[in-house]
Design a protein around this ligand. Structure first.
Ligand code: BG6
Length: 268
């Protein structure tokens, strides 16, 4: 088991592993969890937890081929800076990662990465990257949220109609028509997204609002890729969909020395 922080307040409960500042549980009191977590995920040091909200940073996917897929933050040990009780309904947890000898070998920049999580009847995540180096650096990133759903055939993602997207499976640039449905593997980077997105399930609708971002990744591995994925059951693709609040593809960020950028996601 990895070390983690647990918060229970009048609105909700959360569990955040220090490795990766990885939220692996969030539920509003009396409701089923909003986040999906693989029951066979092993919580091992150096391996990303399958489910919850992995932080993909400083590179999303294989955008920087000299880094591991989705960067190194999701397996790095964050420091817990503090837990602040705002009132009985709202708690704020802050975690930080800074450059280290190991990170500088992988990615030669000095940085500070702050992750502020506000736990109430909404889950608010703010990921702030600050450039502490003398050189400008480029980041792509994502809050790679796995949502718990009733069944993949019962959900649709609303709010992306007419948005352009990169289909990562074919490398084609296409345009969305209507809601996103899941009838096959889906791996897409939607662009120019400024509006709220809805995950419409049989018995509930989840709202996702992003700031500091204009790209959203929608992913479900479906049957074949689902079997090849580590740390999940072969048929687990039925139980989750990833809607990732991102700065991916053309929505990368260049940060000059001293500059900072915040990627924010609010989920309720
Ligand atoms: C998604 C990517 O964001 O993450 C997929 O678009 C990838 O291509 C998925 O398979 C999971 O990645 P990983 O590294 O956690 O297995």
């Amino acid at each position: 088991m990895l070390d983690y922080i647990e918060v229970n307040n009048s609105s909700a409960s959360i569990k955040i592993a220090l490795q990766g500042a990885h939220i692996f549980h969030y539920a509003r009191n009396g409701e089923k969890p909003i986040l999906w977590l693989s029951e066979v995920s092993n919580f091992e040091k150096g391996k990303a937890i399958r489910g919850g909200v992995p932080i993909c940073w400083p590179s999303f996917g294989m955008n920087n081929p000299s880094l591991p897929q989705h960067g190194f933050a999701r397996t790095a040990e964050f420091k817990h800076l503090g837990t602040q009780e705002i009132d009985s309904n709202t708690t704020v947890v802050t975690l930080k990662l800074t450059h280290s000898k190991e990170s500088l070998k992988l990615w030669p920049y000095k940085f500070e990465l702050l992750f502020k999580v506000s736990i109430s009847d909404k889950l608010t995540m703010e990921l702030t990257t600050k450039n502490l180096d003398e050189k400008t650096f480029k980041i792509t990133q994502a809050l790679h949220t796995y949502f718990d759903i009733s069944h993949i055939s019962d959900v649709r993602v609303r709010g992306l109609d007419k948005k352009p997207y990169l289909d990562a499976l074919t490398n084609k640039q296409l345009v969305q028509s209507g809601d996103v449905l899941f009838e096959e593997e889906v791996d897409r980077v939607y662009q120019e997204v400024k509006e709220q997105i809805l995950l419409v399930d049989k018995n509930r609708t989840i709202h996702i609002e992003n700031e500091g971002s204009s790209s959203v990744v929608i992913w479900n591995p479906w049957i074949e890729k689902g079997k090849r994925m580590s740390a999940m059951r072969d048929d687990a693709y039925n139980d989750f969909v990833c809607i990732e609040s991102a700065n991916a593809y053309e929505d990368f960020k260049m940060l000059k020395p001293g500059e900072a950028h915040t990627l924010k996601a609010v989920i309720y």
